[in-house]
Design a protein. Structure first.
Length: 373
């Protein structure tokens, strides 16, 4: 009986060895796991739960970092790290209209000028896609001061003697269409306006790409630290207090140039009229509109027999802010030429601007005026 058990055990071992050897030669390699997509998913749900209808919890993600445009409050994917441009634009009279490229300015200044006229000053974060800019006109010391406040390249066509001295003394980067080293290459006269009999000083223009080329030829660095001027923005910056501001009229000097701004309820923006005409961009024929309207009072004095002005835009002064159809009195401050304007409500609270572009008027204190209704 014991002999029979021994034989039976031997046969069983032999059979196991045979089958084991076959599996090692032709069967699957059991030491390697199958691909992940072929493995069954192990559910953590209790038995009887229908997991096919359960939503999948999204994996946590890092919050999106959002940057803000320093002049308009618009959201940016990355901080703005290139220098700005400030362009002097002729606005002596209707012959200079319509202007080219003004609808693309982030801020458009209108500043009191000799003879009671005004000069426009467009502030741009980039000129690469601006097809035509102008009519470009000469620089003044206070226009250079605005450019310095933004560390911007000043684009102009000539200068007053005082501005010439200031440019030379500061060595400020500027693109000059009259006496600049590359003026003939990058500045032009509009032939249609010349043919129409307009004075030549109302016809000069350049283009955004040509300004950039001028800067490259002149060796100007256009790199900058991330720009931040401390401005606050909100989607709706309508003043909580104040008066109706659906029609604002700015008189830059008594009996002289005036500009009218009208609030459009449909768009929530202001359009502008001057010289009896709606303000449009000659590049596209579109009406230029603004999210914010600011009017700043500045001390002004005549500095020579020609009538050139000294416009004091450092220190502090009274002003007005309109947004959303309402207007409120504010105070502006500017410590030096190396910083831009700061704005405050009458109680000292920093002013919040509406997200979008701005129109800023600088008028003669004691002579000019601002009215609203």
């Amino acid at each position: 009986m014991n002999e029979m058990k021994k034989k039976l055990t031997a046969w069983i071992c032999l059979i196991c060895l045979v089958f084991t050897g076959c599996a090692g030669q032709d069967g699957p390699d059991t030491t390697t796991q199958p691909p992940l997509d072929s493995q069954p998913v192990q559910s953590s749900e209790p038995a009887g739960t229908d997991t096919t209808t359960q939503p999948t919890e999204p994996a946590p993600t890092d919050p999106v970092v959002q940057y803000t445009h320093p002049l308009t409050g618009a959201a940016l994917d990355a901080p703005l790290t290139t220098r700005l441009f400030v362009v002097s634009i002729d606005n002596d009279n209707a012959q200079a209209s319509p202007h080219w490229g003004v609808s693309q300015a982030d801020i458009l200044y209108e500043v009191i000028h000799e003879g009671g006229s005004t000069r426009m000053l467009g502030v741009y974060d980039d000129l690469d896609d601006v097809p035509k800019i102008g009519p470009t006109r000469s620089a003044r010391v206070h226009l250079l001061s605005v450019a310095m406040g933004y560390n911007a390249v000043l684009v102009h066509a000539g200068y007053s003697p005082y501005a010439k001295d200031a440019l030379e003394n500061t060595g400020w980067n500027n693109v000059d269409g009259v006496s600049g080293a590359y003026a003939d290459r990058y500045f032009h006269r509009d032939q249609d306006r010349l043919s129409a009999g307009r004075d030549s000083w109302h016809t000069m223009y350049t283009t955004g790409p040509e300004v950039l080329s001028y800067c490259e030829d002149a060796g100007y660095s256009l790199d900058s630290q991330p720009l931040d001027y401390g401005y606050l923005f909100a989607p709706d910056a309508t003043p909580a207090e104040g008066v109706a501001g659906e029609h604002i009229q700015i008189r830059f000097k008594a009996g002289c140039k005036k500009t009218d701004l009208y609030f459009d309820q449909a768009t929530g923006r202001y359009t502008m009229e001057q010289f009896g005409q709606t303000y449009v961009d000659a590049n596209n024929g579109q009406t230029v509109s603004f999210q914010n309207v600011l009017a700043l009072e500045a001390d002004v004095a005549i500095r020579d027999d020609y009538g050139r002005l000294n416009v004091d835009i450092t220190g502090a002064g009274k002003g007005y802010f309109a947004c959303g159809g309402k207007m409120v009195e504010i105070r502006w401050e500017r410590e030096s030429e190396n910083v831009p304007f700061s704005y405050y409500l009458s109680d000292g609270t920093p002013l919040t601007l509406g997200q979008g572009n701005s129109y800023v008027a600088v008028y003669w204190a004691g002579s000019g005026s601002v009215t609203a209704q």
